[in-house]
Ligand binder design. Structure first.
Ligand SMILES: CCNc1ncnc2c1ncn2[C@@H]1O[C@H](/C=C/CNC(=O)c2cc(-c3ccc(F)cc3)cc(O)c2O)[C@@H](O)[C@H]1O
Ligand SMILES: [Mg+2]
Length: 214
């Protein structure tokens, strides 16, 4: 009964990254996961595409499904304009606690609302819980079989507006075929594939950016 991989990632961040310096937290996790232990963070290569899409979208409200250790949470939150908020949902309390400490180490806790629970339960509660109108950007990176049902749930709950951007990780590896077919064939979405590589490996993966047309 040793530690868990998320705990080892957190310990490395606390030891090697500068408190309040989001970039040092990001590079510490990338260094640990490329040299010591692989972990399912979006990583540095796909992370650069994520960064570019956050910057071009200039979102006021962002939703992240699947916080894990908080790596992409930090990547996104560091680029938000003042007053913007990132709501991130994580169903595993242990992972959520690790992510909370990673986000705190990066000094970004004021921009981030970390909710512990299943997305299918929490998404319908967001409007009244957080006084949210619509999300401008949704980063989808949780169980791959949940991408499509949760996208439909976001539509049904009226949490998307014309122009809302969905950005999905892993559409090639491990893949989310039902999600991909939906966003690429629905007249309600304008979809685009960004080819990249699986985090820390030389295997193809990519992100799918889908604009909700309302
Ligand atoms: C029930 C659905 N609702 C959920 N609500 C809230 N949190 C959820 C939910 N699902 C899963 N989670 C959380 O999201 C995280 C799960 C992410 C799943 N990701 C992957 O499986 C994944 C897997 C790989 C991968 C790729 C190649 C491999 F050989 C092995 C693994 C790469 C990635 O980038 C991945 O994102 C966990 O923290 C989990 O607790
Ligand atoms: Mg992923």
């Amino acid at each position: 009964t040793g530690t868990t991989r998320p705990i080892r990632i957190l310990q490395f961040v606390q030891r090697c990254a500068k408190h309040g310096d989001a970039l040092s937290v990001i590079s510490a996790i990338d260094s640990f996961c490329s040299k010591v232990e692989w972990a399912m963070n979006v990583g540095d290569k796909k992370g650069e595409i994520l960064d570019a899409i956050v910057l071009e979208t200039r979102p006021r409200w962002v939703l992240e499904l699947g916080t894990y250790c908080g790596y992409s949470t930090v990547r996104i939150a560091r680029l938000l304009p003042p007053g913007a908020r990132l709501v991130t949902i994580e169903m595993n309390p242990h992972y959520a606690q690790v992510a909370k400490e990673v986000i705190q180490h990066a000094g970004l806790e004021a921009q981030v609302e970390l909710l512990v629970g299943s997305s299918s339960i929490l998404i319908p509660q967001l409007k009244k819980k957080l006084d949210i109108e619509k999300f401008d950007l949704v980063f989808i990176d949780h169980w791959k079989i949940s991408y499509l049902p949760d996208t439909k749930l976001l539509e049904e709950c009226g949490l998307l507006r014309a122009g809302s951007v969905l950005l999905a990780d892993n559409v090639v590896c491990p893949g989310a075929p039902d999600y991909l077919h939906y966003v690429r064939n629905s007249p309600q979405y304008q979809s685009q594939y960004y080819q990249s590589y699986l985090e820390y490996l030389q295997v193809e993966d990519g992100l799918e950016k889908s604009i909700f047309l309302g």
